[in-house]
Design a protein around this ligand. Structure first.
Ligand SMILES: Nc1ccn([C@@H]2O[C@H](COP(=O)(O)OP(=O)(O)OP(=O)(O)O)[C@@H](O)[C@H]2O)c(=O)n1
Ligand SMILES: C[C@](O)(CO)[C@H](O)COP(=O)(O)O
Length: 267
């Protein structure tokens, strides 16, 4: 990837005229997590590079944040399997907000840690807004991204989520069986999506505390704040059912249908 990219935080100076003073003061950084190995999909075909609607999955995600005027900077987190292809994609498409393509880690948690370390070394201010997004959620909408950024006006953390239409069961393992321990009130149950949004100082502090617990294996970033900064309110930003995560190959027909609807609508 050509190395004459604007350094992190430069984007805020170039924010679109509509960007408010707060965003001009503090960058709004999208961290696109693309360092997974897709073991539930096809280890031989990295799902972040698979084509949907004629475009690589990760290109949909980067396009979405490039297109949003509130986003000033983009950081892409990759693994060695996809690095070359992602760097080529960034060079081919230009992607002026992409500041760097960095290495992820073994777990999703470690990839966020690497992103936080890079942001810290770049001198990103404590009040910067971070949106951590799964690269394999290609159809994130502009209104959802904008609402995520705006949610940090009143909260230090938030996550996109949708109300559960299934009843959720809390279980435990017991003598080889899985038994239900509780059935929470469905009206309170939400399914987390991404982006998950945080003020930089908040997420950095939560990860500092969580990193002391080697047995902690969260599946998202929100839980790190909920578990380690219990007095920090975390708000829900309404998501939508098109903001799917491509996890297995069975998700591809649904993804193609959503992509087709988006492409027809954008003509
Ligand atoms: N060490 C990791 C693991 C996951 N991710 C990213 O986090 C998002 C959601 O993860 P998931 O769908 O679980 O991707 P994989 O971990 O690749 O899938 P699997 O669990 O099937 O291996 C993906 O964009 C993935 O690239 C990451 O950046 N670093
Ligand atoms: C972050 C997430 O998308 C919220 O639902 C989900 O936890 C990611 O899980 P994965 O196993 O890393 O795909």
């Amino acid at each position: 990837m050509s190395d004459e990219r604007e350094p992190l935080g430069e984007g805020m100076a170039m924010g679109a005229p509509s960007v408010d003073a707060d965003a001009r003061r503090a960058p709004v950084v999208a961290v696109i997590l693309a360092a997974g190995f897709g073991t539930r999909f096809d280890p031989m075909r990295p799902k972040q590079l698979v084509s949907v609607g004629g475009r690589p999955v990760i290109a949909w995600s980067i396009d979405a944040f490039e297109a949003n005027p509130r986003i000033t900077d983009i950081l892409v987190v990759v693994n060695p399997q996809v690095r070359h292809a992602v760097e080529r994609l960034v060079d081919e498409r230009g992607y002026p907000k992409v500041r760097a393509v960095i290495d992820g880690g073994e777990q999703r948690f470690d990839s966020t840690v690497n992103a936080l370390r890079m942001l810290d070394s770049a001198g990103i201010p404590d009040d910067a807004r971070l949106l951590i997004h799964d690269a394999v959620r290609p159809f994130v909408g502009q209104s959802v991204i904008t609402a995520c950024v705006a949610s940090l006006d009143g909260y230090a953390a938030s996550t996109v989520a949708v109300a559960s239409t299934d009843t959720v069961l809390v279980t435990e393992e017991s003598e080889g069986s899985r038994l239900i321990t509780s059935v929470p009130d469905r009206s309170l149950m939400y399914r987390a999506q991404t982006p998950q949004a945080f003020r930089f100082a908040t997420l950095r502090k939560a990860y500092e505390l969580a990193s002391r617990d080697p047995g902690f294996t969260p599946t998202d970033d929100t839980r790190v704040v909920v578990d380690y900064l219990p007095h920090t309110d975390v708000a829900i930003v309404p998501g939508d059912d098109t903001n799917i995560k491509i996890t297995t190959r069975e998700d591809m027909p649904v993804a193609e249908r959503i992509a087709a609807r988006i492409l027809v609508g954008s003509r």
